[in-house]
Design a protein around this ligand. Sequence first.
Ligand SMILES: Nc1ncnc2c1ncn2[C@@H]1O[C@H](COP(=O)(O)OP(=O)(O)O)[C@@H](O)[C@H]1O
Ligand SMILES: [Mg+2]
Length: 249
Amino acid sequence: MTVVVAFVSRKGGVGKSTLARALAAVAARRGLATTLADLDPDQQTSVRWQRLREAAGFFPPLSVQSYRNVDSAIAGEQAADLLIVDAPGNSPAITSEIASIAHIIVQPTASSFDDLQPAVELFYELKASGIPKSRLYFALSRMLDPDEEQAARAYVEVADFNLLPGAVVERARYREAHNRGLAFVESPGEDLSGPAGQILGALLTKILQKHRLLHQPAPAERAAPDLATAQFAQRPVVRGLSSYTKAAS
Ligand SMILES: Nc1ncnc2c1ncn2[C@@H]1O[C@H](COP(=O)(O)OP(=O)(O)O)[C@@H](O)[C@H]1O
Ligand SMILES: [Mg+2]
């Protein structure tokens, strides 16, 4: 069974496609059969980026496919270990549909209240619609300095949602990497022991745990009870029978 990780948000430009592409690159490097499903037909960010990557011949090659909805993505990628869903912004119905199916739902957010407030509201809505809070994660994105990051972290903690460790900081070289068909973690000089590596490492750990869980062999089927045992199980308990037997013997 495929592990499904979705990047969602109400807003555009928060870093969904950025994190989705980076996770695809890191997971493929780790040997997971990974597909990145681009569900944003207006932007096609990941699909266009894949064309650049393919033309440049960067390693590892990645599977990036455009899908109309999450159901067709899951149906089309059953052989994948990991399906990463790059969702469109500002699409409540599509977002709920994706979130209802994904094992891990990540919402990148920047640090201003303009970003944090609608981000927290979206998670409240998803939670109210029945999605377990344990599947919902914030990822700090486009951070400009450590104070900003700390304030955003405090905001999410007060809202009482899960927050991935680390952060994606804002760097011009990340955009340059995208322009060439590289994920931001593949940009020259990027150090995976840094804050961005922490986010991706934490996600990868959760994905591998989920993957193991989904592929655990089913518990051995219990042997069906034979007729005598079944009859015995059904036999009404006769109160006092044992003391009668004892007395008679
Ligand atoms: N941490 C970052 N540093 C620099 N540029 C970034 C960063 N995150 C995103 N961007 C750029 O911002 C734009 C929007 O990011 P994107 O990931 O496409 O957002 P979304 O998918 O949420 O709409 C893209 O041009 C992307 O290259
Ligand atoms: Mg996008």
